[in-house]
Design a protein around this ligand. Structure first.
Ligand code: HSE
Length: 428
């Protein structure tokens, strides 16, 4: 009789109950694939008396996840509670200290404490894995850690917050404002308890920081991610971008440059015909670029019971099989502290502004751009609204600093009404 792998599962929300369901329904398959039974010894959650539609009677119950993490009959602690600090962190630290392997879906915790936890796991000789923390069911951590292990990774990009992609694509297809779709998303239960985690780009920023650590062999540095949410994106810009052949995405980009590690999570225009440009609704997409493999595109559900539980199970099965990978793909002590790039890689920009409809107005704007060293690639003047003319400009590649100089110079022309909109165009 082979030794079972005994799980302790903390957190019985959507993902936790999903994991329970897979362990219960697919016991034979899991045993066949890993060569040993995968069993559950004990579970823990905030409320005990709640119908979760899944059998709990076979398992011991712990009110306190920290007590669960140190039980003698638990080999692998599965943390599915969430939260950057508090019980999740305390329980994971306890599990590691008690020699238990850990699988977690907690991006917020790892984005901040990942380096310390990976070092602690390494010192204790246990595994700490997090496939489910990034892009739900998409096996991107495995793709980077294992599939592309022989590559120097050049760039990691992704749409990794399904709620934001739902909002942006719904605005586009229904012609609705951001505020209207935000309310819809809220009613559908798509938003995190703190919506800023979604629409402020924080949740996606956590995920990007975790992928960057694996891709570039650096200590996870969420604090260096340049973050901008989608709250300022208007239906006008979505429509104008589409007319120019682009779509607006909350896009994460991480790349190692001569200026240091660049990590950005911000709204960008991407070509509508590119894989990222075709992404609809709450689907996630991650694009990995390696020097040998070229571009790899992964697409799938970024959240939800089945997809996220599937990712948790992949880590559990690795451990059951005896596959013990470093948390970030290389020994934690060998991860280097990254130098954050202070400036982003030059890019083309989309500009939209309302010009007074009078002779010489456009020339004045072109002069300000030219004096900032910005060359115009394409320009379009759209329908007049009373005495103002909406103007769209696509620039050639330029730096953010040059763009900021130009934006600062526009009010002095006396022909620009209101604040211009500037959105980066990413080459994908
Ligand atoms: N709220 C996230 C999303 C899922 O909308 O993609 C959890 O990270």
């Amino acid at each position: 009789m082979t030794t079972p792998l005994r799980l302790g599962i903390a957190g019985l929300g959507t993902v936790g109950t999903g994991v329970l369901r897979i362990v219960q329904r697919r016991a034979a398959l899991l045993e066949r694939r890993s060569g040993r039974p995968v069993t559950i010894s004990a579970v823990s959650a905030r409320t005990r008396d709640k119908d979760r539609g899944v059998r709990l009677s076979d398992y011991a119950w712990e009110d306190d996840p920290v007590a669960l993490a140190r039980r003698d009959d638990v080999d692998l602690f599965v943390e599915l509670m969430g939260g950057q600090d508090g019980p999740a962190k305390a329980a994971v630290e306890t599990a590691i200290a008690h020699g238990k392997d850990v699988v977690t879906a907690n991006k917020a915790m790892l984005a901040v404490h990942g380096q310390a936890m990976a070092e602690a796991a390494e010192t204790a000789g246990v595994a700490l894995r997090f496939e489910a923390a990034v892009a739900g069911g998409i096996p991107v951590v495995k793709a980077l850690t294992e599939g592309l292990a022989g590559n120097e990774v050049q760039r990691v990009m992704g749409v990794m917050n399904g709620t934001c992609n739902y909002i942006l694509t719904r605005m586009e297809h229904a012609g609705l404002s951001y505020d209207e779709v935000f309310e819809e998303a809220n009613a559908l239960g798509y938003l995190e308890a703190d919506p800023q985690l979604d629409v402020g780009g924080i949740d996606a920023g956590h995920k990007l920081a975790l992928l960057a650590a694996i891709a570039f062999g650096t200590q996870v540095s969420f604090g260096d991610v340049e973050l901008e949410g989608i709250g300022a994106i208007s239906i006008t810009d979505i429509e104008q971008a589409r007319d120019l052949g682009f779509r607006i995405k909350l896009l994460g980009v991480a790349q190692m440059t001569g200026r240091g590690l660049e990590q950005r999570m911000s709204p960008c225009l991407v070509p509508a015909a590119s894989p990222l440009g075709t992404l609809e609704n709450a689907t996630n997409m991650v694009v990995l670029e390696g020097d040998a493999a070229g571009q790899i595109v992964l697409q799938g559900a970024g959240a939800g019971e089945g997809p996220t539980a599937s990712a948790v199970m992949s880590d559990i099965l690795d451990i059951a099989r005896g596959l013990r990978l470093s948390t970030f793909g290389q020994p934690a002590h060998s991860l280097v502290k990254p130098v954050a790039a202070q400036t982003a890689t030059p890019a083309a920009f989309y500009l939209r502004m309302a010009l007074q409809d009078k002779p010489g107005a456009l020339a004045k704007v072109a002069t300000v751009l030219g004096e900032a060293g910005i060359s115009i690639d394409r320009m379009r003047q759209t329908r007049h609204v009373e005495s103002t003319a909406p103007v769209l400009i696509v620039t050639h590649k330029t730096t953010r600093a040059a763009l900021d100089t130009a934006l600062a110079g526009l009010p002095a022309t006396g022909v620009v009404e209101g604040a211009p909109v500037a959105i980066r165009i990413e080459e994908v």
